[in-house]
Ligand binder design. Structure first.
Ligand SMILES: Cc1ncc(C[n+]2csc(CCOP(=O)(O)OP(=O)(O)O)c2C)c(N)n1
Ligand SMILES: [Mg+2]
Length: 190
């Protein structure tokens, strides 16, 4: 399975739900797959994709989707433990697991040497987990995740293909556009 086709599949199942994308090709391919005001593209902030998504999920009632990367999540595995502690019912984490730090030169990551992030999520009390290798299996589990309470943690094994051109995203504009998309929406107070 390739990340671009898998990203398109996920976007096709969404309405206005926020999607937070890992830095690099995941962000670029989300933009190419279908730009939306509720796409939160990240830049430079390696390891913080699912942390950002967790914060959003705790702040709004809608489902929030994190499109993370194996290398980034490995660098900030504490996020998985915090998700397990907080148990946000509306959070879906998808890890694009290409078993490498792709963007910096395709160095093999721990998942290419046996580390199993789904097992880490299970050990952190995340109740709904899966590992998928095909688009069909991702389709099925993602539909289930959209219909049922989470938190969900889905490891999607992917194969790299040629990178697409960089997406024209400035962090300040992403923040402005994303925040503005919530103007007028009643959000629960904390
Ligand atoms: C704190 C920090 N360390 C290192 C980097 C350099 N860096 C940018 S992307 C990346 C690899 C990310 O790997 P992964 O999350 O698996 O995504 P992939 O590139 O494989 O899609 C690295 C090491 C960074 N941006 N920030
Ligand atoms: Mg990777």
């Amino acid at each position: 399975m390739h990340r671009l086709e898998a990203t398109k599949l996920i976007i096709s199942q969404l309405g206005d739900e926020p999607v937070v994308a890992n830095l690099g090709p995941t962000t670029d391919e989300l933009w190419h797959a279908g730009h939306r005001d509720r796409n939160f593209y990240t830049f430079g902030s390696m390891g913080l994709c699912s942390s950002n998504a967790l914060g959003m999920a705790l702040s709004i009632p809608d489902k929030v989707i994190s499109l993370d990367g194996d290398g980034s999540l490995l660098m900030n595995m504490g996020t998985i433990a915090t998700i397990g502690q907080e148990q946000p019912k509306n959070l879906i984490v998808v890890v694009w697991d290409n078993e490498e730090w792709g963007q910096t030169g395709h160095q093999t990551s721990h998942t290419g040497r046996g580390t199993d992030l789904e097992q880490v999520a299970k050990a952190c009390n995340i109740p709904h987990t899966a590992s998928v290798n095909t688009l069909e299996d991702l389709d099925q589990v993602f539909q289930e995740a959209m219909k049922n309470d989470g938190p969900w943690f889905i490891v999607a094994k992917i194969e790299e293909e040629e990178y697409l051109p960089l997406s024209p995203n400035e962090p300040e504009m992403t923040l402005y556009r994303f925040r503005t998309s919530f103007v007028g929406q009643e959000l629960p107070s904390h």
